[in-house]
Each structure stands twice: as C-alpha cells, then as structure tokens.
Ligand binder design. Structure first.
Ligand code: CMC
Length: 475
C-alpha cells in the first residue's frame, strides 16, 4: 500500500530559538494535498506537532476513499460516487470497498450468497436485547449488541488471520440490518422479524422493519431502490470521527466487533451521524418557513448554541456531492407523491435563505449528507430514532474495510496522540488533615478526626486536627 506514497520534496522546519533546522519528507498520494512526515520531530527536535481535531493531520495512508472537499468530489476506490449511485448497488459497493475492485458476475453472486448465509443472529442475542429498557434508543442497543457480537464468534477472532478478517467482515455486513431492525422492533415492544433470503439487502431490511405476523407486507420497490442508493452514499467517507475511532480502537488489536461498536458510539453525536435525526428535530422546531430567518440569525450568533444542523463540513467547502444526489432523490419522490410534507418545504426554504446569507457564504457552509436524508427516510416510513442507525448500517462496510486496511498496514502502530500539558507543575502530596480549609468552607469543627489506631477525637474550634505529635488521647 505504501508504495503509492512518493517523496519528491522536503520541508524544512527551523527552531527560531536555537537555529536548528530539520528537513522532513513530503509525500504525494494519487490525488490530493501532500503531507509532511513529522514522525522524526520528537526524536530529532524534541518537539511534538499540535493539531487539536486533526485539522491538518493525516493519521494514515489509505487506498479506499478520496474526497476533494473544494471541488465536491467523492471517490470509492477511484470510482465517482455519482456513477456508483446510479449504476451499482450497495452490495456491489461493499465488495468494491472491501476487496478494492468491482466484482465479476461470478464473484458478485458468490459474495451475495456469502452475505445471505450470515444474516441470521444467534438466538442468544434476543435475550441480550431484552436487558435493555423498553424505551431504549435504537442506537444505544446497536452500540451494545454489536460490541457483544464478538462473544459469539470465538472461532474467528484472530485479527491477524486474513480468513478471520474476511469472515468478520461478512458477518458484520450481513448481520447489521438484522440487528438494526431488531433494535427498532424491540424499542416498540414488537417481535423481531427473521431475515429472508429471497430479498436483496435493502428489501430485507425493510421487511424486517415493517412486516408483521398478522398481515402481508409488500416491499415498495421505490422504497428499496432509494434506500439502496442512500446506503451507497453513506458507505465510506475516509478518516471521519467514527472511522478514526474504529481505527484507533482497532489499533490496540481489539476485535473488530469491539472496534466497530466504538465507531457506532462516535457516529451517534449530532456533529456527526446523529445530525440526520437533529435536522428533523430542527425543522420541527422551526415549524414554519416564516420562522426561518429568526433561526438563521440564531445560528450566526456565537452566544447561542443553536447551529443549522445538516450544514457545514470539515472537508467539503463546496456542496457535499452526497447531499446533491439526495436532494435529487427527494425531488423525485416529491414529483411522484406530489408532496413530501411541510418539513421538506421548510428545508428547501432554509437552504435557499442560508445559501444567500453572507455568513454561510463566507464560511463555505453548504448542506451536507444529513440535510435531506432524514426527509427521505421519513417519506419511506422510517422513524426518526432509526435515522442514525441507518447511517451506521451503511457505514459498517467503510469501518470494516478501513479496519482491515489498518490491521494489514506494515506501518501500523497503536494510535496514541501526544498532548501539550498545561496543568499544575509538579508538587508534593500532603495528608488530608494537613491541608487546612478552602477559604469560606465552614471547616470540620466538631467533626471527628481518626488516628491510625482508629481512635477518634474532635477537631479544635477552628476545625483543625490537634498539633502534630499530640495524636489521640489514648495513643
Ligand atoms: N451553523 C452555523 N455555523 C456553523 C455551522 C452550522 N451548522 N457549521 C460551522 N459553522 C461556523 C462555525 O461557527 C465557525 O464559525 P467561525 O469561523 O466564525 O468561528 C465556522 O463555521 C467553521 O466551523 P467549525 O465548527 O470550525 O468547522 P468544523 O470543521 O470544526 O465542524 C461540523 C464541522 C460538521 C462539525 C460543523 O459544520 C457542524 O457542527 N455542523 C452541524 C452538524 C452537522 O450537520 N453534522 C454533520 C456533518 S456531515 C455527516 C458526517 O459525515 O458526519
């Protein structure tokens, strides 16, 4: 993998206090911003680099996904997201991300067969789920259940064995829809639905979400098609917060189920995958298009914690290409069904107003993948609490592909950032009774002190212990 990394230039860092200069190699990948290799800075210069939030730091080299945030480009293994969304299907994209190439027809059939074989979950997991409160958020169930999966597969947890890596990947891709749908059914007090091999990936998930023993559920082909497309659009996004979490957790050689459970936790936050749920809540809070201007003003006010959810991105400084495609899908649904509801109208108007506003233009804040996805999920009947679960289900392939790449990277080391320590300077410990009181504290007058023999005596009138050496009356 690292053969792709070429060094043509160097950068010299000079310590202006001492004049010491250090020449550092610069690597250029296939596309994108070159990176400076700062690994020798500590040993040669006695300094670390400082970059909270990794705004300027590449944590690894990767062959999987490429984003050009300024141009609004997203490639999976070199293929533009627009082409994959139009011409491929989610399972084929899973194969591409996992193995690096698109499958032949035979390879695809074998892969689909393999995934289908693994869709069931151990019956013991049902008991595990019963331990959650009846009204648990499906994301909290997902974090727990995926972490617990490792305990069912002792036979294949050798993370260095390529076959074990592959089986774990297949199991995760296959079981995620089953677990995701079961987490929803459980939170509703409804019986889980078993997977059925006759369905494709998205159809199977919809069937497990919405079918009941009491009536026949027909999967709407429009719904499974749009869901499949959304899964493709969410499948990977290089080193975002959850993927970096998976890599970091996995770098300690934890099993992939534990690492991906950590990633699901990181995804849940509203600054990341939880934004799709937060967008709907925001649109509901705004309520009516006439209120939009007021909320846009609030989003610009630094003293107000309110932000426009579904807007802005660390990497995209242009329209998120995923959001562009999802917006088209939303319009297609609108054309077919006539109306996507008042929330869609509020979303369109909010986007229009924000994109004409100097604040958003200056900061290059555009709608991201989460802005319209919730509206589509909602239009196909998915409840709001499941939106981030769907993101996790789609992203599982990205996490497992990135985990596998990390484990097999010859440059892999445990992820262990450094810090700039700004706490107290070194100081000596004093026993509790010698520390006196914080000014204003009432003290411990009248409270008992205890000597090392266990004898007690009262504090003096100031609440202090007796003078050193006096001890208790019996000692
Ligand atoms: N509403 C209002 N102001 C914003 C927003 C927003 N949604 N996003 C960024 N800004 C402002 C921010 O206050 C800052 O202003 P200033 O320069 O005056 O201090 C400037 O834009 C740069 O923002 P930042 O917070 O430094 O950017 P970041 O790269 O650290 O954060 C982000 C990126 C996605 C966390 C942020 O844009 C955000 O909180 N957006 C809303 C949540 C959201 O939609 N998240 C989903 C991200 S896409 C799905 C995924 O892949 O996770």
């Amino acid at each position: 993998m690292n053969d792709q990394k070429t060094t043509k230039h160097t950068v010299t860092v000079t310590n202006n206090a001492t004049g010491q200069a250090l020449e550092l190699p610069v690597y250029t990948g296939t596309h994108g911003t070159p990176v400076v290799d700062t690994r020798s800075m500590h040993s040669k210069m006695g300094m670390f680099t400082y970059d909270p939030g990794f705004k300027s730091t590449a944590s690894c080299s990767s062959e999987i996904t490429y984003i050009d945030g300024d141009a609004g480009v997203l490639l999976y293994r070199g293929y533009p997201i627009e082409e994959l969304a139009e011409k491929s299907c989610y399972l084929e994209v899973c194969y591409l991300l996992l193995y690096g190439e698109l499958p032949t027809a035979t390879q695809f059939d074998e892969f689909r067969q393999m995934i289908t074989m693994h869709t069931m979950v151990n019956e013991g997991l049902k008991d595990f789920m019963r331990g959650f409160r009846h009204d648990a958020h499906p994301m909290s169930i997902l974090v727990g259940v995926v972490g617990a999966l490792g305990s069912f597969f002792h036979d294949s947890l050798d993370i260095h064995d390529p076959r074990h890596q592959e089986i774990s990947a297949h199991r995760l891709i296959a079981k995620m829809p089953t677990i995701a749908a079961a987490s929803f059914r459980y939170s509703r007090g409804e019986p889980p639905v078993y997977p059925r091999n006759k369905y494709c990936y998205a159809e199977n998930f919809l069937n497990m979400m919405f079918s009941y023993p009491t009536y026949k559920y027909e999967v709407d082909p429009d719904h499974s098609r749009v869901l499949d497309k959304l899964l493709i659009l969410h499948a990977d996004h290089e080193q975002n917060a959850s993927t970096s979490t998976v890599r970091l957790a996995g770098s300690s050689l934890a099993n992939p189920f534990a690492a991906i459970s950590a990633g699901i936790g990181a995804l849940w936050g509203p600054a990341h995958g939880g934004a799709n749920e937060a967008v709907i809540k925001m649109l509901e809070q705004i309520g009516h298009p006439r209120e939009i201007a007021r909320y846009v003003e609030r989003a610009k006010d630094k003293d107000d914690p309110f932000r426009l959810m579904g807007f802005g991105h660390r990497v995209y400084k242009n329209y998120d290409p995923r959001a562009k495609l999802i917006r088209i899908e939303a319009h297609a649904l609108l054309a077919k069904h006539g109306r996507l509801g008042p929330l869609f109208e509020t979303a369109l108007e909010l986007e229009r107003i924000a994109l004409e506003d100097e604040y958003f233009l200056e900061r290059k804040l555009y709608p991201n993948v989460d802005f319209y996805s919730g509206l589509i999920y909602r239009s196909i009947g998915i409840p709001t609490s499941m939106f981030t679960v769907l993101f996790a289900m789609a992203r599982t392939i990205g996490w497992i592909a990135q985990w596998k790449e990390m484990i097999n990277d010859p440059e892999r080391v445990i992820g262990r950032p450094r810090q700039l320590y700004v706490g107290p300077a070194q100081r000596s410990f004093h026993p509790r009774l010698e520390r006196g009181h914080i000014p204003g504290e009432t003290g411990c007058a009248g409270r008992k002190h205890r000597c090392s023999h266990g004898h007690e005596w009262p504090g003096d009138k100031n609440g202090q212990r007796k003078a050193k050496g006096e001890g208790c009356d019996d000692c």
